[in-house]
Ligand binder design. Structure first.
Ligand code: AMP
Length: 504
């Protein structure tokens, strides 16, 4: 295998080799923009989502979770505006027929930021800058807008036109009234959903960054529009310092600022306390997942980039080798969706306030992708370690695929039997452990380091005499000797603290 060059390429190589992520339909040559999780990847993804749920949903009293359908009738997307507005600019090579997103192509060739410009202007820039097909040098077509909804038809006669949802949010708006009534909800309240979304992206790229099928974790927080600054949790997070990249700083060519969320809301840099509340929590969450703070920032979207439904957007971006990429979109969706669905369906979607007034709630939406954060975590936790002789993942214990590997030092003299006993005891106590007796102990350490397992338990000859084992720390390779009976307590401490520091 040729030596992978960039850090990203090394991460991609690791993902394929160690059962983390595979290209979909690989034996048939794959399909662009679709990837599948392998046995190790699925564990990391599951834990990542579970941690998100714990931190953003379960910790709140008034956020309800639902699970909606992936396919919805096109009437929904007519009302939501996706049929009309959910478009990207497309240009095609007249010779080799390759298709490109015109704005990306221009940005890459000229460094000019052109997102949101109309197709005629993009065509003009393509011509002025003499941009040709990056694949074959051929002439590019005029730019036209391309709708990203993945369309389908439902029923044997192709009766009903439908699309795969491009965001999980729409099911939440459609079920708003049912949730409101069945949960006897009171404003402010939120509805969360985790699930797949689909976008027929023109040019999927950068591994997990631009996919056609991906997972989202979204919350729609419904608030009284006059009370967007009444957020109980805000007091708890107002002193969290975040990195903010305002639209003004972007225009002036300045850098991000470090600012406390409370101050940013006070100064009007963040539109309201609810938005500030979620942004602070997001920043803390990503820090807890091993992303360094210098690689995190909130970028205020420029007016021309802001989606059709939004009154203000802040993207949480994470830095990669190829630049900062949006991993969470925070949008102030106002009453747009409920109002439109009410108009198009004829259903009343207003609520009655305790004062007896009828209002359409406003919506603050933190929208997380899973695959981009997943890649960001692998990328930032990837340690290139010449001294150790292998590269490894410094994954935080709460999302590592296993908490520990359990190894007999050698596979003879009763050590495997004893090791299996320990393994079974830990597994039955609910810990994710993995057993391995193949190859040298060094190779086995390397194998679990590579997939980010924080601890290794080795059963050796001394174990047979005194029921002690060694526990090795992935991060420092330090080892301590402990009693088998102490293991459960040690594991629990590592899980609770999300760190091995106070053990070693
Ligand atoms: P958006 O609605 O475009 O703000 O998307 C919300 C989040 O979904 C983004 O921050 C990404 O994490 C994720 N996302 C959106 N589009 C894609 C895509 N094509 N591939 C992977 N993740 C995506």
């Amino acid at each position: 295998m040729p030596e992978a060059r960039s850090k990203t390429e090394k991460v991609v190589e690791l993902c394929k080799r160690r059962g983390i992520i595979f290209p979909a339909a690989e034996i048939y040559g794959g399909i662009a923009g679709f990837f599948e999780y392998g046995p190790v990847g699925v564990r990391i993804k599951r834990k990542l989502i579970e941690d998100w749920r714990k931190f953003f949903v379960e910790s709140e009293e008034n956020i309800y979770e639902i699970e909606g359908c992936l396919i919805l009738p096109d009437k929904v997307f007519e009302a939501s505006g996706h049929l009309e507005h959910f478009v990207d600019p497309l240009t095609q090579c007249k010779s080799c027929k390759a298709m490109f997103r015109a704005d990306n192509l221009i940005e890459e060739s000229t460094g000019k930021f052109v997102e949101g410009l109309p197709p005629e202007e993009l065509t003009k820039i393509l011509r002025e800058e003499r941009i040709s097909c990056p694949k074959c040098g051929g002439e590019l077509s005029d730019v036209k807008m391309f709708n990203l909804l993945l369309k389908t038809e439902v029923g044997p006669a192709g009766g009903e036109k439908a699309s795969l949802r491009p965001e999980t949010a729409q099911n939440i708006f459609l079920n708003f009234k049912r949730i409101y009534q069945s949960m006897r909800a009171k404003l402010p309240f939120g509805v969360a959903q985790v699930g797949k979304s689909f976008r027929n992206e023109i040019s999927p790229r950068q591994f997990l960054v631009r996919l056609r099928e991906f997972t989202q974790c979204e919350i729609e927080m419904f608030v009284d529009p006059r009370k967007v600054n009444e957020c109980e949790g805000f007091e708890r997070v107002k002193d969290v310092s975040i990195r903010l990249y305002t639209a003004e700083a972007q225009r002036k060519g300045e850098r991000e600022m470090e600012i406390k969320v409370g101050e940013a809301v006070e100064k009007g840099l963040i539109p309201n306390k609810w938005m500030g509340y979620f942004m602070a929590k997001e920043f803390l969450w990503f820090l807890s997942l091993g992303i360094p703070r210098e690689a995190l920032r909130f970028r205020q979207m420029l007016p021309e980039e802001t989606p059709h439904y939004s009154k203000g957007n802040f993207d949480l971006e994470i830095e990669f080798e190829f630049g900062f990429k949006e991993c969470v979109g925070n949008a102030y969706r106002s009453d747009y969706d409920l109002r439109r669905h009410s108009q198009f369906s004829g259903e009343e979607l207003a609520v009655v306030t305790p004062e007896g007034e009828k209002i359409i709630p406003h919506v603050i939406e933190p929208s997380f992708g899973v695959e981009r954060p997943f890649l960001a975590i692998l990328y930032h936790c990837f340690v290139e370690d010449k001294e150790r002789g292998w590269n490894w993942l410094a994954l935080p214990p709460k999302i590592s695929p296993f908490i520990a590997g359990v190894f007999p030092l050698v596979s003879k003299d009763g050590l495997p039997e004893k090791a299996k006993e320990v393994y079974k005891m830990l597994k039955e106590s609910g810990f994710d452990v993995v057993y391995d007796e193949k190859g040298s102990i060094g190779k086995r350490y390397a194998r679990i380091d590579e997939i980010g397992v924080p601890l290794a338990i080795t059963i050796d000859y001394q174990t047979l005499q005194d029921d002690t084992v060694t526990v090795r720390d992935r991060d420092t390779t330090k080892q301590v000797r402990v009693k088998i009976l102490e293991l459960k307590d040690i594991f629990q401490r590592v899980v609770d603290k999300n760190s091995t520091k106070d053990i070693f």
